[in-house]
Unconditional design. Structure first.
Length: 326
């Protein structure tokens, strides 16, 4: 059944990939904040709608039956107000607009970080409780946004479903690969605890597949972890990904506890001095690499019929091919 879909974050890696995939079978409108975003959205066969999360209204969603909410403040650095306004207030405004526009399906892209306060997460499933206290602004505001999404389920005929990916990767990534390559080139990259901790990942094609399933089945008021169905250490995964771009990662390593302490001090100095530029180390980025983060996606497999459509090895091969001279 063809749907009329409104998507946020469609000029980015995740939202753009979802938009491009859906445009083959559905009419896709996409939130756009600028002329440059318009171009990216049109390139993905979607129609730009000029608005943002501060002013989105029912008029912008007119005629749509489905909303896919991807946009968020994901930077490792920023003020509490920046995170709150984008991730929480923006989500609230989008929910209200969706209800007023008569939208019936709302797919929210969340994160495993809603359950994270800096601890190891080993094979956790959706029964893992929210981290009610966390030092990470991204985690705390995404948690509050997710709570509001779930609370809106059933209001005005709206059915919501939450997808929680971890470490999204693949061709077209605008964050992970460029950032790490830049760190290597600047001589800033260093392993924490030799990169020994395990992590779950999800290739962008697998995440898009999960979103399609959720949009079709819309199991009302449910949350789902989605993964590649494989686990690896940070060292194994990043070495393979960066190797596809002919980038060799150095061997140097720091103890995780030392890096965490340093990041805490550096962030404190940056905030005390009111420095807007991102510091060389942030608590969120350091803690992420100094913790195990593995997820159990059995619920998505059981209730959505989710199965990865691409393996990690095949995803790495795609990266190699994309980086090779044509």
């Amino acid at each position: 059944m063809a749907l009329n879909v409104f998507i946020t974050g469609a000029s980015g890696f995740i939202g753009g990939s979802i938009s491009r995939a859906l445009a083959a079978d559905h009419a896709v409108l996409a939130m756009s904040r600028s002329a440059s975003s318009d171009e990216k959205i049109r390139a993905n066969n979607a129609t730009p709608v000029r608005c943002d999360l501060t002013n989105v209204s029912a008029e912008h969603l007119s005629g749509c039956d489905t909303v896919i909410h991807v946009a968020a403040h994901v930077s490792p650095w920023g003020s509490k107000q920046e995170y709150w306004e984008s991730n929480v207030v923006g989500t609230e405004k989008l929910l209200l607009a969706a209800q007023q526009a008569g939208v019936t399906r709302f797919v929210h892209i969340s994160t495993e970080a809603v359950a994270w306060h800096g601890q190891h997460m080993r094979n956790i499933d959706e029964s893992e409780p929210y981290a009610e206290k966390t030092p990470y602004l991204y985690a705390s505001t995404k948690r509050e946004a997710e709570k509001r999404v779930l609370a809106a389920n059933g209001q005005g005929g709206l059915r919501v479903v939450v997808i929680r990916p971890r470490w999204v990767w693949g061709v077209g990534d605008q964050a992970l690969i460029p950032e790490i390559i830049g760190m290597v080139e600047r001589g800033e990259f260093i392993w924490l605890d030799h990169g020994k901790y395990k992590t779950s990942t999800v290739h962008i094609a697998n995440l898009v597949h999960a979103v399609k399933l959720a949009m079709d089945k819309i199991p009302s008021g449910e949350c789902y972890f989605v993964t590649d169905g494989e686990q690896s250490t940070y060292r194994e995964f990043l070495t393979a990904v960066l190797g596809a771009y002919h980038v060799e990662l150095p061997d140097k390593s720091l103890p995780g506890w030392l890096a965490r302490s340093a990041a805490f001090v550096i962030e404190g100095v940056w905030r005390m001095l009111g420095i807007k530029k991102q510091p060389p180390m942030t608590r969120h980025a350091i803690a992420l690499m100094a913790c195990e983060g593995t997820l159990n996606d059995a619920k998505a497999r059981r209730e959505l019929g989710y199965r990865p459509v691409i393996t990690v090895a095949a995803g790495i091969k795609q990266l190699v091919e994309s980086s090779s001279p044509s």
